[in-house]
Write a protein that binds this ligand. Structure first.
Ligand SMILES: NC(=O)c1ccc[n+]([C@@H]2O[C@H](COP(=O)([O-])OP(=O)(O)OC[C@H]3O[C@@H](n4cnc5c(N)ncnc54)[C@H](OP(=O)(O)O)[C@@H]3O)[C@@H](O)[C@H]2O)c1
Length: 299
């Protein structure tokens, strides 16, 4: 049978494809690519309606009830870049920027002989642990469902992460930085390390939900690791732990830019968590009713 592929922006015909009932969206992307070399399969997003839900690569013509003469809408997602490349650039940048400013470069501070405080050393270690962990997770833990993302996101995300790294590092490593008392520093350091462990535990739990090489999604549940018990209360405990880690870092340094970074992060993650929570409830009829999105009992 033949189906028509229309451009979702102007409804012009992009391709006419010969398909079988077992043809998948992934096969269709390859067919469109062979007739239009600019449209690499990773750039294509298919929908049943112009503003409908994006179809999965594994959907077949039969499962979508498509018949001869049916129409599908295609959106060009623009130039793409590998997820892992994006994450590596996003996370290696803040690590390098922070550690450079930690060296007190003349460019920022002129000639300064003031000693770097013990707290600034601890803060640099925390920053390094966080971003080194994220780099290692990107390589060894996460199983992403999409191989690529739009290139423009790389610029947006790098400006956010690199910019905040410079803003926070400049203040924490400033010769006039005043440390809070060491009891506060060590308690906050404990909170930071537990939150980082919690975040890692959730990422490993999410990884174990998905068999290698698939994009299967399941309802996440707590496992034997007690730090994953947060799944009983929220849909995105990795974001909860990420926020707690930055809140602890802010208390540790008692530095306003660090608080601003923690607040910007929790705002962004709350928006994403609410979206993910909504999708879980839509996708799984038996999704636990007692869960919130990111903050237990509240949000
Ligand atoms: N400071 C900040 O502003 C900020 C903002 C965002 C993120 N982060 C950090 O970056 C980490 C990763 O962020 P993210 O947004 O990629 O987290 P995420 O959406 O929770 O995803 C983490 C990994 O788990 C997979 N996954 C999620 N839910 C799944 C399910 N139900 N079944 C199977 N696999 C599932 C995801 O695959 P998919 O590819 O299918 O999604 C992805 O590979 C966060 O945990 C946080 O630590 C920080």
């Amino acid at each position: 049978m033949e189906i028509e592929v229309l451009d979702s922006r102007n409804s012009k015909v992009v391709a006419k494809c010969n398909v079988k009932s077992t043809t998948t969206i992934k096969d269709l992307k390859t067919q469109v690519h062979s007739s239009n070399k600019k449209l690499h399969p990773h750039r294509q997003a298919f929908r049943l309606e112009v503003k409908g839900k994006m179809l999965k690569d594994s959907d077949t013509m039969e499962s979508l009830n498509l018949r001869s003469g049916s129409k599908l809408y295609i959106k060009d997602l623009g130039p793409q870049i590998g997820w892992s490349t994006v994450f590596l650039a996003e996370y290696a940048g803040p690590l390098l920027v922070y550690l450079w400013i930690y060296q007190r470069p003349w460019l920022f501070y002129g000639d300064s002989s003031a000693e770097i405080s013990q707290t600034a050393h601890i803060a640099a270690a925390c920053w390094t642990i966080h971003y080194a962990k994220r780099l290692l997770e990107t390589i060894f833990v996460h199983r992403f469902s999409h191989a690529t993302m739009p290139l423009r996101n790389l610029f947006k995300n790098c400006i956010y992460y690199w910019g905040f790294a410079a803003y926070v590092a400049y203040h924490v490593n400033h010769p006039q930085f005043t440390s809070p008392c060491m009891t506060q520093v060590y308690i906050a350091l404990g909170g930071f390390l537990i939150s980082e462990l919690g975040n890692l535990s959730i990422h490993i739990n999410l990884r174990n939900l998905r068999p290698p090489g698939t994009s299967i999604r399941k309802i996440p549940v707590a496992d034997a690791n007690p730090l994953t018990a947060l799944f009983n209360f929220v849909s995105c405990p990795n974001y909860t732990y990420e926020f707690l880690a930055w809140l602890s870092f802010s208390i540790l340094t008692q530095c306003l830019p660090a608080f601003v970074f923690a607040l910007a992060g929790v705002f962004q993650m709350a928006v994403w968590a609410l979206g993910k929570h909504r999708n879980y409830k839509k996708e799984f009829k038996d999704y636990p009713k007692c869960r919130k999105a990111i903050i237990p009992f509240i949000l």
